[in-house]
Design a protein around this ligand. Sequence first.
Ligand SMILES: Nc1nc2c(c(=O)[nH]1)N[C@H]1C(S)=C(S)[C@@H](COP(=O)(O)OP(=O)(O)OC[C@H]3O[C@@H](n4cnc5c(=O)[nH]c(N)nc54)[C@H](O)[C@@H]3O)O[C@H]1N2
Ligand SMILES: Nc1nc2c(c(=O)[nH]1)N[C@H]1C(S)=C(S)[C@@H](COP(=O)(O)OP(=O)(O)OC[C@H]3O[C@@H](n4cnc5c(=O)[nH]c(N)nc54)[C@H](O)[C@@H]3O)O[C@H]1N2
Ligand SMILES: [Mo]
Length: 809
Amino acid sequence: MTNHWVDIKNADVVLIMGGNAAEAHPCGFKWVTEAKAHNKAKLIVVDPRFTRSASVADFYAPIRTGTDIIFLGGVIKYLLDHDKIQHEYVRNYTDFSYIVREDFTFDAGLYSGYNAEKRTYDKASWDYERGDDGFVKTDPTLTHPRTVYQLMKKHYSRYTEDMVERVCGTPRDKFLKVCDMLASTATTNRAATILYALGWTQHSIGSQIIRTGAMVQLLLGNIGIAGGGMNALRGHSNIQGLTDLGLMSNLLPGYMTLPNEPEQDYAKYIETRALKPLRPNQLSYWQNYGKFHVSLMKAWWGKSATAENNWAFDYLPKLDKMYDMLQVYELMVQGKMNGYIAQGFNPLAAAPNKSKLNDGFAKLKYLVIMDPLVTETSEFWRNAGEHNDVDSSKIQTEVFRLPTTCFAEEDGALVNSGRWLQWHWKGAEPPGEAKSDIEIMSLIFTRLRKMYQEEGGKYPDPIVNLSWPYSNPQNPTAEELAKEYSGKALVDVMDPKDPTKLVRKGGEQVAGFAELRDDGSTASGCWIFAGAWGPGGNLMARRDNSDPTGIGQTLNWAWAWPANRRILYNRASCDVSGKPFNPRRSLISWNGKIWTGADIPDFKGDENPDGGMGPFIMNPEGVARFFAKAGMAEGPFPEHYEPFETPLGYNPLYPKAKGVTSNPAARVFKDDLAAMGTVDKFPYVATTYRLTEHFHYWTKNVRINAILQPEQFVEIGDALAKELGIANGSRVKVSSNRGYIKAVALVTKRLRALTIEGKTVHHVGIPIHWGFVGLAKPGFLTNTLTPVVGDGNSQTPEFKSFLVKVEKA
Ligand SMILES: Nc1nc2c(c(=O)[nH]1)N[C@H]1C(S)=C(S)[C@@H](COP(=O)(O)OP(=O)(O)OC[C@H]3O[C@@H](n4cnc5c(=O)[nH]c(N)nc54)[C@H](O)[C@@H]3O)O[C@H]1N2
Ligand SMILES: Nc1nc2c(c(=O)[nH]1)N[C@H]1C(S)=C(S)[C@@H](COP(=O)(O)OP(=O)(O)OC[C@H]3O[C@@H](n4cnc5c(=O)[nH]c(N)nc54)[C@H](O)[C@@H]3O)O[C@H]1N2
Ligand SMILES: [Mo]
């Protein structure tokens, strides 16, 4: 979230689109209720299904899955056409007036630089034009045809109301009503928040859907203000912490990135990330990259990371490709993997195309499961009849189960969607032989290290030199690890402007990332967490909920990254001179000497507004981007592409063009493309989702949940049920080109048929929670049906839109 849970209460308009917060985030949803009760906020829900969120909304609009870019692009066109934009904001705080390079083009669904064979772009032309001074050229009159404004206006001129109605199936009047409600927040005294989750991410164009939402918010001046923002409602209780700590194949902690294979030169690695400002007087905060990186390397390799060895740069793997789950399972079925560790992960249930996973696991020599429960993955080899129809006698994979504790049985911090690190305390002793994940990993590590120490091997340095300074090397405490992430001074750290002035005494915890250095004098395992455990102790454990301004800015409750800041980009809540746009919900302001207020300023604290520094300090241009330079896989402006399994078979933006029906830069492998189904055989659009009564695949192990939702069902609209002669409560078989499931039919009015390009399109709704392990009635894994294709940026699978057929079972 750019904002945080409590702040939702400040919104005047709440748009829930691509999520079902009332069901999947029932605790956080109370802040929507607060906004409605105390702020007369209007709640809009746009979803293919009439959900539990929709049932309490002021306005509901249906949409076909996977077409949100058309819808939101239509909103962009509406706002531009009706001049419903926050002019002062857009003019000063975005790239509206920036001029784009002459060789940048967009033609029939493809941007300049496309390589059809590799399915990727050379993004060089997706950039601004530079002047002789090295800075980006701008045209404040916005008349130059290559200003971002003009290009964007042209791009979205195709996204008409008519197009929205035809492609999304959203009736025109409903679409216009949503536009109108959002447009009401283009003023400085009203705010809209967007709450989204998997209904946006789990598409082959998911990241671009989210960008389109962010563009709408920028036009309305809704980023950086109380009650505004782009708010990703995250999933598992600590999934925010997972990305923060860089647990993805291409990331390092704190959103730093691993070097790529060609990046063998340390200085160049830093240089390409510590970007110089693109406009005069801009901060470009990533210029500090080296300080965060060197501090990380000191945390990991201690004395072995030295200036002479470039802070152990050679110890870091150099990335040849992303190793996301789709890539890993592809390597598995190709027989290129020996072993796999599934830690707190049940991929047989959670990953797309179950039969591919069954094949892959069967080719492994060993599979390690770290989990408090028995999972489907740990029993992938067991024949469970129709629910897991495998030939056990042919599977040789050795499976090891290592029982772990769960969060309630250990101390530590969880990072919530609002970026708050909240400390929690152990509430129970673990049962039986269960050990914590930390202890298991430490036991594995210390044994591996011993083997490398005794037997050597190819390049043992990164392992034998890893810093492991814990009181019990076989079981570090949560406190020790939290202090390491936050960071400390290794020797006395002095003020660079006044070398006689002590900033931090050697051995002390640092107060924040501003104290980190690139000369090896500091260590921090995750720079954005720096200060969470500061010189004064554990700030994550704070529980003071006082809220001096009444807008939910409880700065002494827990600790938020970065720097305890609660609302990102909050400098943009003020006008150029530093006066709050909305004094009623002021976050910060310029008092003539410093920035101060209800939040930690997202700006240089003593920077006089007259200097012209922009509020988006992480961008080298200092402003927010409508034109996503070289950032995204598919192009700088979001464009609609159909789901890989499309009910149309063509892209309605250019019905005749080839190769642009679906995302030309999506993550997809050859065999998975061959496994896609077509609309002639699989005529209905399926989408998968969760229910309040279950948490994924674990709560079917809990008796009370198993009683609440005992049996697998699928939701079918009235009209389709009638057409197929299916009665409510009867059993149906739902098949895709990859397999089938059987479940009880729930015939409902909540899923209405939509008219798309003149033909009727039906959705089938499939909850995800059943399987062949647990106390609930055995069922089929929903992911028997889903296709293997991922977003080109995040590699998130397309779980939310694929094709099925439905028959009586
Ligand atoms: N009770 C409970 N709560 C949970 C979980 C759980 O298992 N149980 N899981 C947690 C996790 S890990 C996560 S990630 C979150 C997920 O939270 P959500 O994303 O809110 O949950 P989902 O039910 O997957 O899907 C959200 C909605 O997206 C809609 N949708 C599908 N396709 C589209 C589309 O193309 N456009 C639009 N506008 N909407 C679409 C679906 O109809 C559905 O209502 O929930 C978390 N909370
Ligand atoms: N079709 C379809 N597929 C989906 C989705 C969808 O919407 N549609 N949603 C996707 C999403 S967003 C998610 S997050 C995934 C969820 O997929 P998973 O994360 O694989 O599902 P969970 O059942 O939450 O599995 C987590 C496992 O962690 C274990 N666990 C709990 N606490 C601990 C602990 O402290 N340590 C260890 N080691 N283990 C622990 C639990 O017992 C459980 O078995 O599913 C994805 N798959
Ligand atoms: Mo999730």
